[in-house]
Write a protein that binds this ligand. Sequence first.
Ligand code: ADP
Ligand code: TMP
Ligand code: ASP
Length: 238
Amino acid sequence: MLEKKEILTTGKAKSLYATSDPSKLIMEYRDDTSAFDGKKIEQLAGKGTVNNRFNAFIMEHLESEGVKTHFINQVSDNESEVKKLDMLPIECVVRNIAAGSICKRLGLEEGIDIEPPTFEFFYKDDDLGDPMINEYHIYSFGWGEEKDVEEMKILTLKVNEILRKLFFKADLILVDFKLEFGRQDGVMYLGDEMTPDGCRVWDRETRKKLDKDRFRQGLGDVIESYQEIASRIGIDLK
Ligand code: ADP
Ligand code: TMP
Ligand code: ASP
């Protein structure tokens, strides 16, 4: 039985704990909800448990499709056991539909199709506002090597193909999402989380926003919308 030990890091929405096994961590999903690089933070009751369960389902689905993830198993309502990774300080974003920062950056109308889906790297640094970077920045500043960049691109685009189908079948559009990766014993794993906190999901018919944009834009019913996505995909939140 894995024993939970001292807290290692407190991020904006999750906390990491050491365990009796040095290769494993306990990841705790808190109710804290953050946007705009931590400038807006609120507690949303129940988010930790919804996201923990949501993430477990998605990670297990990705594993079943051949994607290596850090997820081992859920250990409580709001905690999961994960492989301890050396994280790359990089956020990988895929976009199927224009929304968010790309609209501002490129003057695009929200909602237009992006075909083929586009891929972007961001440097994970809240103080700098997570700036967009390219792969040469990753090499020049020592954040990763060519093989890291290639693997992250291939894996993120593969995840997009798998999850687009899953969401489409549930009458949902996966607009965009962010993933983070890390290594253990030289092997690259998908780390962090895949939940409505880090993606955009719209109703296929009405295009109603069901993800964290509800919080960012003050649209209300944030947790109810996360639950709606979960129930449509077939995730049992009980
Ligand atoms: P942030 O403040 O970056 O939004 P979170 O609240 O999401 O952070 O906390 C999660 C932190 O844990 C992030 O820094 C993330 O990179 C890191 N992390 C995620 N998965 C793992 C893992 N398997 N091993 C080590 N660190 C991880
Ligand atoms: P953006 O439109 O703000 O660049 O975000 C693109 C997608 O990535 C969106 O689904 C939100 C997600 N994302 C995060 O989850 N965390 C981040 O720090 C960033 C920059 C994006
Ligand atoms: N994930 C970032 C934050 O929590 C950016 C965002 O989601 O708006 O502040």
